[in-house]
Ligand binder design. Sequence first.
Ligand code: G3I
Length: 390
Amino acid sequence: MTFRLPPFSRRGFIGSGVAAAAASAVPGLALAAERPLGPSLAALARAKGVRFGSAVGAGEPGSLTGAFEDSGYRQVLIDECGVLVPENELKWYVLRPDARTFAFERADRIAAFAKAHDIALRGHTLLWHHPKWFPAWLNTYDFGQGPAAGRNAQALLVDHIDKVVAHYPQIDSWDVVNETIDPKDGSIRRTVFSDAMGQEQTLDVAFHTARAAAPKARLVYNDYMGWEAGNEAHRAGVLKLLEGFRKRGTPVDALGVQSHLGTEDPAAPGSLGPPQEKAWRAFIDEATGMGYDLLITEFDVNDQNLPPGVAARDAETAALAKAYLDLMLDYHQTKEVLAWGMVDKYSWLQGFTPRKDHLAKRVTLYDDAYRPKPLREAVAAAFRSAPTRA
Ligand code: G3I
């Protein structure tokens, strides 16, 4: 049975006394007792000066599939989140069917939902600077030759950012550039934009345009370098990029640390991938030392390599998450924590890298029956023990 929180639940306080009493009095609401009692994650985070929320995908227009169409899922978002992020709906490959058209419908549906429930909206992403995630027409776009090519490329990029930012004036935190560092060698990726404008110039244009279009918004460089082994070149490349932004006066406010925890490395069987904690702290120290704020933008824990037992899996992912979040929240620069989905069955990780035993992964804070998991409690505990920031 799909559980829905009764209509009289209050945002910011889940499983209130009223709801709990109703749950015991009404047999059909028995599952209410399993919802967390106490403040929502948004409220726990807010008490420490942090914003908590989640990504959500809206599917295709007219489609009845996807998390956003599921009322149980929506209720989890309403109950727990202070901010929502469209998972794919602001990406070029969804928004831009061609060079002239903007297809805002899918993202608009999420924006309307957020507004109706008094939840903030954040933006992902104005420029996923990787040809794999460009629409096909863009990868083959003819910008012309010589200096005109640079001007034409810049005009297209600026027009995109201007129009998207203007369409969502309520967005106060933008992943302006996403994942442009190649994890193999730390270099900046090449695209049609960078071939026409230059690599650093392309990224700088994106940030300057975003700053002019949304002067008060937090502008973020977002990437997935992690604390597991194998991320050394990626981390070094990101630091070099951040250093370049500072040297050139590029308006970047924060580093988005995606935080897809857990490893798929077959060399780490039965584990989540031992963290390189010392190297990670050094990386975060360098980023914050350059004056960047931090956001955890895409939190989940991939249990790919863990043994099948559910209780042990849940305990291990929760313990790792608590250790990681404690470390990150200890930095007063950490201002937002975003889960990359709230309910296991809708996580991108289910289809992206299935487990060898084909069991469903348990990567998010809620299980498929909308019951909070130990991972949710780990996040709540991390907020409770976090120092307060301004
Ligand atoms: O909507 C179509 C559907 O019509 C079709 O039947 C189906 C068949 O594959 O594909 C559906 O589109 C998929 C879409 O997710 C919606 O589920 C795309 O193939 C798939 O590539 C896309 O994956 C997204 C991925 O980014 C690429 O854009 C994931 O949902 C999304 O969670 C993931 O998010 C990224 C962040 O943006 C950046 N950081 C890493 C993170 C995880 O990869």
